[in-house]
Design a protein around this ligand. Structure first.
Ligand code: ADP
Ligand code: MG
Length: 349
């Protein structure tokens, strides 16, 4: 009798582990997985190419709803769209915000604090000066940079109830460093509400997944190589996570032989140049992954590592340095396949 109980006990543990580490071992076939059909949608929004994939047994309208959700978020958060809530706030210096815009702005201000200014949601005057939003890019004068820098002041943004206000003329919000991560998180939430067990969204290289593939294998996400357009730094196996990369190679212009990219260091007013070429953040929280990919890129290697060491947040990272080193945190090292040599980062405390 005792033996039988023990037997069932071990089967129980096995099933539990099996269930928890679902992607690494073949899944038992259920009605859902056997009948799962691939549905995809792709379109252009948020200034980037977006693809969404779900595996579902039924003909599904969830992708239509998801696309509408992306467009809705773009309409709310895009500072360059005159009718958006953020543009209205920038223009009127007062606005009642929707829950989405309020939440993203609130989080952006939290990351501004935790990253000690590396993530700066009031970067808009500098982005505009460098011409990135309009595409009319140019290198500004030192005096122009100084003037715009004085406006990159998130401390002048105040949130009360669902109202937001800007307390200094000329201070303007730009959520470009966090909006896509919030969007991918919201899409995954929507999939979950619609009972989707397996899916992936890709917003121009910002990837987030739900579950694993129907055959039980994990999703594989290629991390873009900064110098070779069609090549990868490596491939990460992932499930139920966001994998979000920031790099100066994504949007840039050249003038007089020098390159200027779209991630601005708000301690100088110039494109960040602190020794990193690419920063990938891996986390179940897409909003966090997006904000931190931008912030840690600005910080540079030393500060980024220190931030990761002391942070209570749940995230892992892959950093590529200007001198060609690839740093990978221990937790994800085994599932990141690359031809390069990996320097493994361990938690010290
Ligand atoms: P991408 O959106 O190209 O994937 P990022 O997530 O790094 O890359 O976001 C870059 C965008 O973030 C810029 O286009 C700009 O809108 C905004 N941004 C630039 N510098 C900063 C900064 N220091 N802090 C917060 N946002 C920034
Ligand atoms: Mg970002």
């Amino acid at each position: 009798m005792k033996k039988t109980i023990k037997y069932f006990y071990w089967i129980g543990i096995f099933v539990l582990l099996f269930g928890l580490s679902a992607c690494s071992v073949p899944q038992p076939k259920t009605e859902d997985t056997i009948n799962a059909e691939k549905h995809t949608a792709d379109f252009f929004a948020m200034d980037t190419y977006i693809t969404m994939t779900v595996y579902d047994a039924q003909e599904t309208s969830v992708l239509e709803i998801a696309k509408k959700r992306v467009l809705e978020l773009e309409e709310k958060l895009n500072a360059e769209d005159d009718d958006s809530e953020i543009a209205t706030l920038n223009h009127n210096r007062n606005a009642v915000l929707s829950q989405d815009a309020y939440q993203v702005l609130e989080k952006a201000l939290v990351y501004w604090q935790t990253t000690e200014g590396a993530f700066n949601p009031a970067i808009h005057p500098l982005m505009a000066l460098w011409g990135f939003p309009t595409g009319k890019t140019r290198v500004p004068t030192e005096q122009e940079v100084k003037t715009a820098l004085a406006l990159a002041r998130p401390d002048k943004i105040v949130l009360t109830d669902e109202m937001a206000s800007i307390q200094q003329p000329g201070v303007q919000i730009d959520l470009g460093g966090i909006a896509k991560g919030y969007t991918s998180s919201e899409l995954i939430k929507l999939f979950r509400q619609n009972d989707i067990k397996s899916g992936l969204v890709n917003l121009g290289g910002n990837v987030q997944s739900i579950g694993c593939k129907p055959d039980g294998s994990p999703w594989k996400v290629g991390i873009q190589h900064p110098d070779r357009e069609k090549d990868y730094l490596g491939i990460l196996e992932t499930q139920n996570e966001a994998v979000i990369t920031s790099g100066g190679y994504e949007r840039f212009f050249e003038e007089n032989g020098a390159t200027y990219h779209h991630i601005i260091d708000s301690s100088t007013g110039y494109p960040a140049d602190n020794g990193l070429i690419s920063v990938t953040i891996v986390s179940p929280d897409g909003t966090l992954a997006d904000a931190l990919s931008t912030a840690l890129y600005v910080m540079g290697e030393e500060k980024a590592l220190a931030y990761w060491q002391k942070s209570a947040d749940d995230f892992e990272m892959i950093l590529l340095t200007q001198d060609g080193r690839l740093l990978v945190t221990r937790e994800i090292a085994a599932r990141f396949e690359t031809d390069m040599k990996k320097e493994i980062i361990e938690k010290t405390a």
